[in-house]
Design a protein around this ligand. Structure first.
Ligand code: SIN
Length: 287
């Protein structure tokens, strides 16, 4: 008796997901990123990421190559411009307060950071950022994530109407951008204007896309009105119910979606070491 050779398509095992908070985030359980991830499994990871905005994989033991290989599944890893913090791969950057010969070995070394989204001062900001914890302080240095969809959806209709179709200028000047609101930026400061509300290309949902650290003004509004409207938007998007606070453990890998989340960092002791490895993925022009 002959058997017809029918192809049986094996389904990827459903991933185990554990929600991280009511605001956003899920832990993905059962994946070792040192192994090659096949396309079916990666499709599940990407779906979980789109639904939860931030995904966490714990207890990973990753080389730079492992991290870049996984990052590249999301899209093209962005080249790092601050060359002194680049490791052996041009897309890998350290974020660290560790100093050698008095100089930090990583970017964003010390303390608290306001909410922001990565590379929003560029025409094509980062779509995703992937941060891997190598050494963490005993307390503090937590990363906060805010849900940009919820922030937009819960705005009063009158505010939605005022920001509809508007663009805001975002600048890369962490020291002074926030204090320069309403004034002129120095021409040397890299900046780009993006929609105040952007639509996520995969989910079709709208998210608020301004932030306290980098957004300088809403274009086309008088300075005072722009400042007041931005202050209202910042306070709204940073409401506690939209936020998940991640307390790091060494071996954690977090991937966040810069198109629909903001992130910030809590303070930590300068006497404790914090060493993270970051890869960002180039995104599309926000629309
Ligand atoms: C970042 O803003 O990319 C760094 C976040 C962190 O150090 O927790």
């Amino acid at each position: 008796m002959e058997y017809a050779h029918t192809e049986i398509k094996l389904r990827a095992p459903a991933l185990a997901l554990r929600p991280l908070s009511a605001a956003l985030g899920a832990e993905i359980i059962g994946i070792d990123l040192r192994q090659e991830i096949d396309d079916d499994v990666f499709a599940h990871i990407r779906d979980a990421w789109h639904q939860n905005l931030v995904v966490l994989l714990r207890d990973q033991k990753l080389t730079e190559e492992d991290q870049v290989r996984f990052a590249a599944k999301f899209g093209s890893p962005a080249q790092i411009h601050t060359k002194q913090f680049v490791r052996s791969h041009p897309a890998v950057m350290l974020i660290s307060n560790i100093r050698e010969d008095g100089k930090p070995i990583g970017a964003l070394p010390d303390g608290e950071m306001h909410f922001h989204t990565d590379q929003c001062h560029q025409e094509r900001p980062a779509m995703a950022s992937m941060l891997y914890a190598l050494e963490v302080p005993s307390t503090g240095g937590n990363t906060l994530f805010a849900n940009g969809y919820r922030a937009y959806e819960t705005l009063p209709p009158e505010i939605k109407r005022r920001i509809e179709g508007r663009k805001a200028l975002n600048a890369y000047d962490y020291e002074t951008a926030a204090t320069k609101r309403g004034t002129r930026l120095a021409p040397s400061v890299p900046s780009y204007a993006h929609p105040v509300v952007r639509t996520h290309p995969a989910t079709g949902r709208k998210a608020l896309y301004v932030n306290r650290l980098m957004t300088v003004r809403i274009e086309g509004l008088p300075a005072q009105e722009s400042d007041e409207l931005l202050a209202t938007l910042f306070d709204h998007q940073e409401r506690r119910e939209f936020i998940y606070e991640h307390v790091w453990r060494a071996g954690d890998l977090l991937i966040w979606d810069n198109r629909c989340t903001l992130h910030a960092r809590t303070d930590f002791s300068p006497n404790e070491r914090r060493l993270m490895r970051r890869v960002t993925i180039l995104g599309e022009k926000p629309a």
